[in-house]
Design a protein around this ligand. Structure first.
Ligand code: C2E
Ligand code: CMP
Ligand code: CA
Ligand code: CA
Length: 400
């Protein structure tokens, strides 16, 4: 970690002057500073700020000159915030928040110009290309969020199902529910077009509820139609945000009961990120298990994997990510990783499900390594519920 830069300024000492180039912003650790404008030799105070407040950020954000002058009112200790530190954070912020911030800066500049008796021209940030891009992004995002919200109300998000088979016997064991959006022109959109936006807003909560309802309704019909078939599960993807919401369990339970489904027919797929939601998440996981739900960890090995999490979570399944399955045949390291994963899962008594199996060779290798179940385009793409009903209860594997 780099050393934190600080600056100590004496009472009345200037920190920077209006019109100078901005190289850093400051956080006041102790003391007080005055922000002011110079109008024909007179000082016009704008604001006195103190401990914990930031200043000198405007010129960095929109790459212009210092919009005001600044001096210490008492001996003041400052922490330097570098351009990189500031810009990095802004870059990862939500585009709508970025646009709001720019608009607020614009307003401040306009105010300052009015005090100076100058008219604001389009010289500021609003004129530049990067801002135009930011505006476009923010608009597109709001537009998409609104479209998603309207589609949620019309229940245009539905589950598709990708079957999961026993890799040894070819038996159909269950299916993973994957969200699809029926767009206005009838095309079916996959989550890459919407799930990010949903997960960054509260939309995922409504979408999650809709998925739970769809899955339970379909599963109830499946059970009615195939009474004599053996145990069949449906896996539902649950995002960290859903998991952290207070209503989640209550909703899940109420929808399940309404459709007369046993909890053990439902598998909740969560990623390791769920554990980042804090200790409550682990308690919720345990609560789900005690109610009889099955738990699978998704995308294991792609994120913040931690063996400690793995050992502390009450898991039934571990899903081997598609990226390992794809690289398994070409990269020795991936193969070693899969072997280590399998060993670990066996020690912990966790069932393995391999994702993204596309070739007979991959299937055969995974089967030989002792992976029990798998899903992938080799067997079936995700299909609408009506097609799931037509799948045979057992398939024959082609030789590799
Ligand atoms: P995931 O949970 O890892 O789901 C597996 C993804 O891999 C699915 O993409 C599936 O269609 C795809 N896939 C399966 N087999 C193969 C294969 O053999 N080859 C290739 N190339 N791909 C395969 P999909 O349906 O586009 O979903 C993407 C992601 O969106 C999911 O990844 C999951 O993280 C998220 N998602 C989907 N449905 C939901 C949902 O209802 N709620 C939440 N929170 N997230 C969801
Ligand atoms: P910057 O333009 O880099 O340098 C001057 C700083 O003064 C500016 O960033 C803001 O942090 C602050 N500033 C400018 N105008 C105002 C205002 N009207 N009210 C409060 N703070 C201001
Ligand atoms: Ca999944
Ligand atoms: Ca996955």
């Amino acid at each position: 970690m780099t050393k934190r830069q600080t600056r100590l300024v004496a009472s009345n000492e200037s920190i920077f002057s209006e019109g100078a180039e901005g190289d850093c912003a400051y956080l006041i650790e102790r003391g007080r500073v005055l922000i002011y404008l110079n109008k024909e030799g007179t000082e016009i105070p704008l604001k006195i700020i103190g401990e914990g407040e930031v200043f000198g950020e405007m010129s960095l954000i929109d790459n212009t000159l210092r919009s005001a002058s600044c001096r210490a009112l008492v001996e003041t200790q400052l922490i330097v915030v570098t351009r990189e530190q500031l810009l990095q954070r802004i870059q990862v912020a939500d585009p709508v928040v970025r646009l709001l911030m720019r608009a607020l800066l614009e307003r401040l500049r306009f105010q300052n110009d009015a005090i100076r008796g100058k008219k604001s021209g389009p010289t500021g940030s609003m004129a530049n290309e990067s801002l135009e891009k930011e505006k476009r992004e923010a608009l597109e995002r709001i537009h998409l969020e609104n479209k998603i919200a309207a589609s949620l109300e019309q229940r245009k998000f539905i589950p598709y199902y990708q079957p999961i088979f026993d890799l040894h016997t070819g038996e159909l064991k269950g299916a993973e529910a994957l969200m699809r959006w029926i767009s206005d022109d009838g095309t079916i959109l996959t989550p890459s077009a919407f799930v990010d936006i949903m997960e960054h807003s509260a939309l995922i909560l409504d979408a999650g509820r809709l998925m739970m309802e769809g899955c339970m309704r379909d599963l109830a019909q499946y059970n009615r139609q195939f009474k004599s078939r053996s145990y069949f599960f449906v896996s539902i993807n649950i995002s960290g945000r859903q998991f952290a919401s207070a209503q989640f369990l209550e909703q899940l339970e109420s929808i399940r009961r309404q459709h007369g489904i046993e909890a053990n027919q439902i598998k909740l797929e969560v990623t390791e990120r769920v554990m980042m939601e804090g200790p409550l998440a682990l308690a919720t996981l345990q609560h789900c298990r005690s109610l009889g739900y099955q738990l699978a960890i998704d995308d294991f090995g792609t994120g913040f994997s931690s063996l400690q999490y793995l050992a502390s979570m009450p898991l039934n399944d571990l899903k081997i990510d598609r990226s390992f399955v794809v690289q398994m045949l070409t990269q020795e390291r991936s193969m070693s990783l899969i072997k280590a994963l399998i060993h670990m899962a066996q020690v912990l008594g966790i069932n393995l499900i391999a994702e993204g199996i596309e070739t007979a060779e991959q299937r055969a290798i995974l089967q030989n390594l002792g992976v029990q179940q798998g899903q992938g385009f080799l067997f079936s793409k995700p299909v609408p519920f009506s097609e799931l009903l037509n799948l045979p209860p057992q398939i024959r594997f082609q030789a590799a």
